[in-house]
Write a protein that binds this ligand. Structure first.
Ligand SMILES: *[C@@H]1O[C@H](CO)[C@@H](O)[C@H](O)[C@H]1NC(C)=O
Ligand SMILES: *[C@@H]1O[C@H](CO)[C@@H](O)[C@H](O)[C@H]1NC(C)=O
Length: 138
């Protein structure tokens, strides 16, 4: 009888320890993604041009510019890409690709699109960063 009780007591203690280990493990597992995020060097430059009030015409070339005054030491993805967005909707149009995000400017040709005053530039590097809405006329 008493051996039965003590063995179940040991078993209970074992489960308490096991549970404690598991909860520590899950806390560590939950903490890992946060640590990973902090290690990455996100460069999220502000698009400077085109901005509100800018008007582009089909076929023109323009320098899209962005702020490179404060880059992190190690940038996760240095290769930039510029796409066009209309309203809140991304278009499949790539205006420039494969350039160094630290250049701060890249020449693009205005594509032949519908006239609209709600276009914006999306600058991709580490993350997508869009500029102010501007106008494209034909
Ligand atoms: C873009 O910027 C470069 C360097 O400042 C300049 O040489 C070039 O003429 C500019 N292009 C346009 C279309 O303004
Ligand atoms: C940048 O990367 C280098 C080489 O991987 C490393 O030695 C340095 O500590 C990193 N600096 C920062 C601020 O992450």
């Amino acid at each position: 009888m008493s051996s039965q009780t003590s063995s179940s007591g040991v078993l209970a203690k074992f489960f308490v320890v096991l549970f404690a280990l598991f909860s520590v493990f899950f806390q560590l597992a939950a903490a890992v993604p946060v640590a990973e995020m902090e290690k990455r060097d996100i460069f999220d430059p502000t698009v400077l041009y085109p901005h509100a009030g800018t008007v582009w015409y089909r076929g023109q070339t323009h320098n899209v510019t962005w702020d490179v005054s404060d880059p992190p030491v190690n940038i996760t993805n240095k290769i930039g890409k510029i796409m066009l967005r209309k309203g809140l909707i991304p278009t499949p149009l790539i205006l420039a690709d494969g350039f160094d995000i630290l250049l701060g400017r890249i020449e693009v040709t205005v594509p032949w699109v519908l006239t609209g005053d709600d276009y914006s530039i999306v600058l991709y590097g580490d993350s997508g960063n869009f500029g102010q809405q501007f106008t494209i006329n034909q």
